[in-house]
Design a protein around this ligand. Structure first.
Ligand code: MG
Length: 245
C-alpha cells in the first residue's frame, strides 16, 4: 500500500535544464566571491568536493561536512571566512537564477493531491546543495516549504550519501520509517531515481517524455510518462501498481 511519495526536484517537479542552469550558477557563484577566490580554482574544487560527496556510502559525516573537508583546505581559504559569503549568495543572488527554470503546473497539483490522500511526501533531490538552494527551487516549482509540510527534504546538511549510492535511499526509509515497497520514487534520472531506488526495493515512476532515449528496462517500473500521468494515476488510485507484479 502506497504510504510515501518520493519526488525528485530538477527535471521532475521543476523544468530545469542543467546544461543552462549549471553554467549560470557557477558564473554567479564565482563572481560573488571573485575578490577572495580565483574563479578557476573555485569551480575545480567545487567539482572535486562534489565528487567526494558522491563517493560517500553513508558511513561518513554529512554531505556538508564531506564537502567542507575537501573544499576549503584545497582552496586554502578559511571555512569561517567563506561560508557566510556563500550563505549570502544563496539568499541574495541565487534567486536570480529562476529565469533558467520553468514551473510545471502539475507539480503543485500533484503535491497537493498527495497530501490530500494522506501520503507522506519526501523531496528526494540529490543532496549536494544547501537547504536554502533547495527551498528556493521548491518555491520556483510552486511547491514551497511554506505551503507543504514535507516529511523530509533531502539537503546536504542532513544527508550522509547522494543518489550515487543506495545509502541515500536507505537513509530516507529510516528517517520516514516506511518500508520500501510502500514508497514510490518519481523522477527523471534513470540511474539515480529508478535503478538506485530499485536496488533498495523502492518502485519507481520514470518521468520521461516520448523522445527520451530508449533504455533497457531491466527493473519493474510502476509507470513511465509525464508528471500529468503521475497525477492521473494518483487520482485513480493506481499509482503504485507495478504491472505484472
Ligand atoms: Mg532530476
Amino acid at each position: 500500500m502506497l504510504r510515501a511519495l518520493l519526488l525528485d526536484l530538477d527535471g521532475t517537479l521543476l523544468d530545469n535544464p542543467m546544461d543552462r542552469f549549471i553554467p549560470a550558477y557557477f558564473q554567479a557563484l564565482t563572481r560573488w566571491v571573485a575578490d577572495r577566490v580565483p574563479p578557476d580554482a573555485l569551480i575545480r574544487e567545487l567539482l572535486r568536493a562534489t565528487r567526494a560527496m558522491e563517493l560517500g556510502d553513508g558511513s561518513g559525516p554529512t554531505n556538508e561536512e564531506t564537502f567542507a573537508a575537501h573544499f576549503y583546505p584545497a582552496l586554502g581559504v578559511d571555512r569561517a571566512e567563506l561560508e557566510p559569503e556563500f550563505r549570502r549568495f544563496y539568499a541574495e543572488a541565487f534567486p536570480s537564477l529562476q529565469v533558467f527554470t520553468r514551473a510545471r503546473p502539475e507539480a503543485r497539483l500533484l503535491v497537493g493531491a498527495a497530501f490530500a490522500q494522506g501520503l507522506d511526501v519526501v523531496i528526494a533531490t540529490n543532496p549536494v546543495f544547501p537547504r536554502a538552494a533547495i527551498e528556493e527551487r521548491l518555491a520556483w516549482a510552486g511547491v514551497g516549504v511554506d505551503s507543504f509540510a514535507y516529511a523530509l527534504v533531502t539537503c546536504y546538511e542532513e544527508m550522509h550519501a547522494t543518489k550515487s549510492d543506495p545509502a541515500y535511499y536507505h537513509e530516507i526509509l529510516a528517517r520516514i520509517g516506511t518500508p520500501a515497497p510502500d514508497c514510490l520514487m518519481v523522477g527523471d534520472d534513470w540511474q539515480w531515481d529508478m535503478v538506485t531506488a530499485a536496488t533498495c526495493g523502492i518502485p519507481g515512476f520514470w518521468v520521461s517524455d516520448a523522445e527520451a532515449p530508449p533504455t533497457t528496462l531491466s527493473i519493474p517500473l510502476a509507470g513511465r510518462g509525464s508528471l500529468a500521468d503521475v497525477l492521473r494515476r494518483l487520482a485513480a488510485g493506481t499509482l503504485a501498481t507495478v504491472p505484472g507484479a
